[in-house]
Design a protein around this ligand. Structure first.
Ligand code: FES
Length: 258
């Protein structure tokens, strides 16, 4: 027989009412507890996407926004944002008794995750037989309407031409000509928040970083990175060294057919 109620104490009402949103534990269940004008609501503290801690996010317009990749769920009903209501997290009954906030775990509404077809980048990496594949990427920036001579671009072209002369297939990508949203450092929030394929690329079909991932993950045996040395590009010298050493390895050994 189903349990009729399972009230769990999640904390002092006065303290919890000071914050619009808190991540609390009800037994072993994480809860995103919100409070507006003294009224509490509780939904699951685990996001449908990758399990992000909803109670550590923000609340606006009645919706809790996950701190990892910003999915939204209604603070009282757990339903996804308008248009995505079907993607919902459990909601729970809440009451305040003797100055304590209680959440009824037995009242949980069902969780439902909307299924998405896997992104094309998520396919298995399979290397077909063929010549060595060299991908060069330039991270040099410049004003598109006022192009200038770039030494790192020129060096990359020389390296790719040399690789081609040795029988490799080559591809050149100028990062500055692609439209994409910069990495927002989700890995700094949690190692679980950084996923493959990148959630930004998955969410935005027009994200042109997909070309870079496609080339690097599925289409390259050798990657050359040409990057200028300048303030704000602290890692440039390291990358430059590895590029230079890769280029010199190509020049010494003939490409293997594999
Ligand atoms: S949006 Fe919540 S884990 Fe990605």
């Amino acid at each position: 027989m189903a349990k009729r109620s399972d009230w769990q104490d999640v904390g002092e009402a006065k303290a919890l009412a000071r914050r619009p949103l808190s991540q609390v534990e009800a037994g072993e269940t994480s809860i995103a507890l919100s409070c507006r004008r003294g009224k509490f609501h509780a939904i699951s503290g685990a996001c449908n996407h990758l399990g992000g801690p909803l109670g550590e996010g923000t609340i606006e317009g009645g919706y809790v926004t996950c701190p990892w990749h910003f999915f939204k769920f209604h603070a009282a009903t757990g339903l996804g944002e308008p248009g995505y209501e079907d993607d919902c997290v459990p909601a729970y009954a809440v009451k305040v008794e003797a100055g304590r906030v209680l959440v009824d775990l037995a009242s949980a509404t069902p969780r439902h995750k909307t299924r998405h077809a896997p992104h094309t980048l998520a396919r298995p990496v399979r290397r077909r037989r063929g010549p060595l594949r060299v991908v060069g990427i330039s991270t040099t920036s410049m004003t598109p309407k006022r192009p200038r001579y770039s030494t790192s671009d020129a060096l990359l072209d020389v390296a790719l031409e040399h690789a081609a002369s040795l029988g490799a297939t080559t591809q050149s990508i100028r990062l500055r000509s692609l439209k994409f949203r910069a990495c927002e450092g989700y890995y700094s929030k949690s190692e679980l928040a950084c996923q493959w394929p990148c959630s930004i690329t998955q969410a935005d079909k027009t994200d042109e970083m997909a070309q870079v991932y496609e080339a690097f993950v599925h289409g390259a045996d050798v990657i050359l990175v040409a990057t200028p040395l300048r303030w704000g590009a602290a890692a440039a010298s390291t990358t430059g060294w590895s590029s230079a050493s890769t280029a010199s390895r190509i020049s010494r050994s003939p490409p293997a057919a594999c």
